[in-house]
Design a binder for this molecule. Structure first.
Ligand SMILES: Nc1nc2c(ncn2[C@@H]2O[C@H](COP(=O)(O)OP(=O)(O)OP(=O)(O)O)[C@@H](O)[C@H]2O)c(=O)[nH]1
Length: 623
C-alpha cells in the first residue's frame, strides 16, 4: 500500500523538478504542463484576512514576512515534511539547496530577499514561485501555495494594474481543476463580501474543491457568532467549513510562541459556548490534517492520469526530438561527421528518386521515349530534301563540271547539311535531363529531414550539386555533339554501295541488272526523277542515322549525366570538405536559432518528464 507520506512526497519532488525546469504553469503554452496536472492546495484570501497566520499555524512556526501593503509578491510553494518526534526542525529553499535553515527568522529574511531578486524592490509581483520545504515533527505532510492577497485598491508606489495583476495570478492557480482552494475569510466581515469566496465561487461553482476557512472568530462582536457560516448555512461547500483563531497582533508583538498559540486555539474552541460542539473539527491542527488527507486522496485518484500524461508527453517529446535532430557536437571531427551524415542522407534520397522508390526518375525515360523521338521527327528534312534544294545543292557541288556518275559531292553536302540538324535535339535531350536532375536535387534537399535544421549546409549542398550538374551537362553536350559529328565524319559506306544498282534499276525500268550505269545516269542527270531519287536516298540514309541516334543519345546522356549524378554528385564537395577548418564547418552547421531553442526546451521537458516517471516508479516499488 502506498503511504500518504510517499504520495505527497512524490508530488513534492515532481513539483520541485517542475520549478527547476521552468514549468510552473501559465508560461510556455506550446507544452502541456505537468505542474498543472499535479494536485496542490492554493491559499487564497483578501489582504489581512489572516492567510499568513493560518499558514504559520499549520506549520507551527513564525517564518513569513509581515508588513504593510503587498508582502507576498511571488507564490510561495510551501512543502511540509513530517519528521520523527524529537528531530530538529529545519527549512530548505530550492534555490539554495545546500543550506539548512534552523533559524526561522532567517527563513523570513530569505523569502523577502528572494522575492526582491525577481521583482526588484518595487512592489511588482511575479508568477515564478519560491519553493520552501520545512522538515518538522510538528507538521503533517502537506503542500500549500501561498499567493498574494487579493486587494481592491493600489496604494502609493504600486502600478494601477496591480489589483488586476494579482487577481489574474491568483486565478491562474485556482482555476486549474487540480487545484484545491483554501479560501480564507475573516469572521469579522460579512461572508458575502469575502474576496476569497467570490473568486472560489467563480472558478469552482460546485464547491467541490474549495475548503472554507474562517479566521478571527475571536474578533467578532460580542453576542454574535459565525455558526451560520461554519455550519454551512450562509454559503454551502462540499467540505465542512473550519474556524480558526490565530495569534492577534498583540500576540505577534509579544512573540507568543506558535505552539503555545495552537494550545490557546484548542482551548478557545473547547471552552467556547458557541463552538464547543464543533471543537473536534475546528482549529489549525485539524485543518492541516483535513487538508493532508484530502490532498492524499486527490493525488491517489490522479496518479493514473498523471502517469498517462507523463508517458504521452515522453512519447511526443521523443518523436519531436528525433524530428529536430540531435544537438551538434563541438569538435571539428564530430562536425565533419555530422555534415557527411547529412550529405549521405541527402544522396540516399536523391538515388531513390533516380532508381525508383521515389518519383521523378521516370521523367528521364520520358525524355528519351517521347521528347527526343518527337524532336527528331520534327526536324525539317522535307525542306532540306525538297526537289529544289536537292537540285541546288547538287548543282552547286558539281561546280562548272557536272557529275558523270553519282553526284558524290552533292550527296555528301546534302547528308552533312541534314546531319547538322541532329545537334539541336541531341543538345535539347541533355538540357531536358539536366533540368530533371536539378529538380530532383531540389526535391531531395527538401525531403532530407536531417537538412532542415541547417539552412547554410542546405544552400552549400544545393550549390555543389548544381555546379556538378552543370559540369555533367557540359560533358553530356560534348558527347552527344560528338556522336552527331561522328556520323558526318564517316558515312556508312555499305549504304552507298547499294546506290548505283538502285539507280541502275530505276534508270532501267526493264530490270536489266547488267545494264550500263553510266549510260543510265547520263540519261537521267538533269531530270526531276534523278534529283528526287537523290533526295529519297539521302532521306533514307538520314532515317537510318536518326534511328541510330535515337538509341545512342540516351546512352550518352545516361553515361555522362545520370550515372555521374548517381556516382559523384558530391565528390568535389567532399574533397573541399576535407580541407575545411573547424570554423568553416561550424558555419555550415549554423542551425536556425528558433530550432536550437526548441530543442533545448524539448530536452529540458523530457528530462522533467523522465524524472517524474522515475519518481512515480519509485513509489510504486514501495507498495
Ligand atoms: N485576533 C486575531 N487576530 C488575527 C487572526 N488572524 C489574523 N489576525 C491578525 O490579523 C492581521 C493580519 O493577519 P495576517 O495573517 O498577516 O493576514 P494576511 O492575510 O496574511 O495579510 P497580508 O499578508 O497582508 O495579505 C495580523 O495582525 C494578525 O495578527 C485571528 O484569528 N484572531
Amino acid at each position: 500500500m502506498t503511504t500518504m507520506e510517499s504520495l505527497i512526497g512524490l508530488v513534492n519532488r515532481i513539483q520541485r523538478a517542475c520549478t527547476v525546469l521552468g514549468d510552473y504553469g501559465g508560461g510556455d503554452n506550446t507544452f502541456s504542463s505537468l505542474w498543472e496536472a499535479l494536485p496542490s492546495v492554493a491559499v487564497v484570501g483578501g489582504q489581512s484576512s489572516g492567510k499568513s497566520s493560518v499558514l504559520e499555524s499549520i506549520v507551527g512556526r513564525d517564518f513569513l514576512p509581515r508588513g504593510s501593503g503587498i508582502v507576498t509578491r511571488r507564490p510561495l510553494v510551501l512543502q511540509l515534511h513530517k519528521t520523527d518526534e524529537g528531530s530538529q526542525e529545519y527549512a530548505e529553499f530550492l534555490h539554495m539547496p545546500k543550506r539548512r535553515f534552523t533559524d526561522f527568522g532567517a527563513v523570513r529574511h530569505e523569502i523577502q530577499e528572494e522575492t526582491d531578486r525577481i521583482t526588484g524592490r518595487t512592489k511588482q509581483i511575479s508568477p515564478v514561485p519560491i519553493h520552501l520545504s520545512i522538515y518538522s515533527p510538528n507538521v503533517v505532510n502537506l503542500t500549500l501555495i501561498d499567493l498574494p492577497g487579493l486587494t481592491k485598491v493600489a496604494v502609493e508606489g504600486q502600478a494601477e494594474t496591480i489589483v488586476q495583476d494579482i487577481e489574474t495570478m491568483v486565478r491562474s492557480y485556482v482555476e486549474k481543476p487540480n487545484s484545491i482552494i483554501l479560501a480564507i475569510s475573516p469572521a469579522n466581515q460579512d461572508i458575502a463580501t469575502s474576496d476569497a469566496i467570490k473568486l472560489a465561487r467563480e472558478v469552482d461553482p460546485s464547491g467541490d474543491r474549495t475548503f472554507g476557512v474562517l479566521t478571527k472568530l475571536d474578533l467578532m462582536d460580542k453576542g454574535t457568532n459565525a455558526l451560520d457560516v461554519l455550519e454551512g448555512r450562509s454559503y454551502r461547500l462540499q467540505h465542512p467549513w473550519v474556524g480558526i483563531v490565530n495569534r492577534s497582533q498583540a500576540d505577534i508583538n509579544k512573540n507568543v510562541d506558535m505552539i503555545v498559540a495552537r494550545h490557546k486555539e484548542r482551548e478557545y474552541f473547547a471552552t467556547s459556548p458557541d463552538y464547543s460542539h464543533l471543537a473536534s473539527k475546528m482549529g489549525s491542527e485539524y485543518l492541516a490534517k483535513l487538508l493532508s488527507q484530502h490532498l492524499e486522496s486527490v493525488i491517489r485518484a490522479r496518479i493514473p492520469s498523471i502517469t498517462s500524461l507523463i508517458n504521452k508527453s515522453i512519447d511526443e517529446l521523443e518523436s519531436e526530438m528525433d524530428h529536430l535532430g540531435r544537438p551538434i557536437a563541438l569538435d571539428a571531427g564530430a562536425r565533419l561527421y555530422t555534415v557527411l551524415e547529412v550529405c549521405r542522407a541527402f544522396e540516399r534520397i536523391f538515388k531513390e528518386h533516380l532508381d525508383g522508390g521515389r518519383p521523378g526518375g521516370d521523367r528521364i525515360y520520358g525524355v528519351f521515349d517521347n521528347q527526343l523521338p518527337a524532336a527528331l521527327r520534327k526536324l525539317p528534312f522535307d525542306r532540306h530534301l525538297s526537289l529544289q534544294n536537292v537540285k541546288r545543292v547538287v548543282s552547286e557541288a558539281d561546280g562548272y563540271q557536272p557529275h558523270l556518275i553519282a553526284p558524290e559531292q552533292g550527296y555528301r553536302r546534302l547528308i552533312e547539311g541534314a546531319l547538322n540538324y541532329f545537334r539541336g535535339p541531341a543538345e535539347a535531350s541533355v538540357d531536358a535531363v539536366h533540368f530533371v536532375l536539378k529538380e530532383l536535387v531540389r526535391k531531395s534537399i527538401a525531403e532530407t529531414q536531417e537538412l532542415k535544421r541547417f539552412p547554410t549546409l542546405q544552400a552549400d549542398i544545393a550549390a555543389a550539386c548544381n555546379e556538378a550538374l552543370e559540369r555533367f551537362r557540359d560533358e553530356g553536350k560534348k558527347t552527344v555533339v560528338r556522336l552527331v559529328d561522328m556520323e558526318s565524319s564517316y558515312l556508312t559506306v555499305e549504304f552507298f554501295r547499294k546506290l548505283p544498282q538502285e539507280v541502275d534499276k530505276v534508270g532501267n525500268p526493264g530490270g536489266n541488272p547488267g545494264g550500263n550505269p553510266q549510260a543510265t545516269a547520263a540519261v537521267d542527270r538533269y531530270g526531276e526523277g534523278h534529283f528526287r531519287r537523290i533526295g529519297s536516298n539521302v532521306s533514307s540514309y538520314i532515317g537510318m542515322v536518326s534511328d541510330t541516334l535515337k538509341n545512342t543519345i540516351p546512352k550518352a546522356v545516361v553515361y555522362c549525366q545520370v550515372r555521374e549524378a548517381k556516382q559523384s554528385l558530391l565528390s568535389r564537395f567532399y574533397t573541399q570538405l576535407g580541407k575545411k577548418e573547424a570554423k568553416q564547418l561550424s558555419q555550415m552547421l549554423d542551425e536556425d536559432p528558433a530550432l536550437m531553442e526548441r530543442r533545448q526546451q524539448c530536452a529540458k521537458r523530457l528530462e522533467l518528464y523522465k524524472a517524474a516517471r522515475d519518481e512515480i516508479d519509485s513509489v510504486s516499488w514501495t507498495r
